[in-house]
Design a protein around this ligand. Structure first.
Ligand SMILES: [Fe+2]
Ligand SMILES: [Fe+2]
Length: 191
């Protein structure tokens, strides 16, 4: 028997429920981090890092705009609050990575630390009792939510492709003062 596959209006991607869509995003970005780690050459690394940042910006936006609000009131507040703060922490690294390049000091370290942060965040979303599990037992139409997120994802992708994407926007960080210095242990940076 042929399995019916629904196509979205744009892009032809298979319709998925919210959890399947978000999990697929997680797998995809972890795979890109693996590729970054193995990549040789600055151009390849820069292209992969940019792709990682783009995927994460879109993923965090669809979660923040659509998924997390649908869970508020039905999932643990602490868990949702922490997820928001973790996203904002990642956005700081994302904007650093996008502003730099493979020849910059600490570039690789920034991508590696972003990977570790995302790995932790994904585990918290997907683990037993995590946000995804809570979403499954909540009174939410995950299929409809998946369709909504897929549409928003396509829209954001086209904004990226046409160069109209704004920088990542933090939602829980409100600009506490920071001054910028240099590490004391990097003589090449001291000049
Ligand atoms: Fe996620
Ligand atoms: Fe998330």
């Amino acid at each position: 028997m042929a399995r019916a596959t629904k196509k979205s209006a744009k892009g032809g991607a298979k319709a998925r429920d919210a959890i399947a869509l978000l999990k697929a995003d997680h797998r995809e970005v972890m795979d890109l981090f693996d590729k970054f780690e193995k990549a040789k050459g600055g151009d390849r690394k820069a292209a992969l890092a940019e792709k990682i940042c783009q995927e994460l910006m879109i993923h965090t936006m669809i979660e923040e705009e659509i998924f997390y609000p649908s869970l508020r009131g039905q999932a643990e507040d602490d868990m949702l609050d922490e997820a928001h703060v973790e996203h904002d922490g990642a956005k700081v690294l994302i904007s650093e990575i996008l502003a730099g390049g493979p020849d910059d000091p600490f570039y690789e370290a920034k991508v590696t630390v972003l990977r570790e942060e995302i790995k932790h965040h994904v585990k918290e979303e997907e683990q037993r009792g995590g946000l995804f599990a809570q979403a499954k037992s909540a009174d939410i139409d995950l299929k409809q939510l998946g369709e909504q997120m897929m549409r928003r994802k396509q829209e954001l992708k086209s904004q990226f492709e046409s160069g109209e994407m704004s920088p990542p926007e933090t939602r829980t960080f409100h600009g506490g003062e920071l001054s910028r210095g240099k590490p004391f242990d990097s003589p090449q940076l001291a000049a």
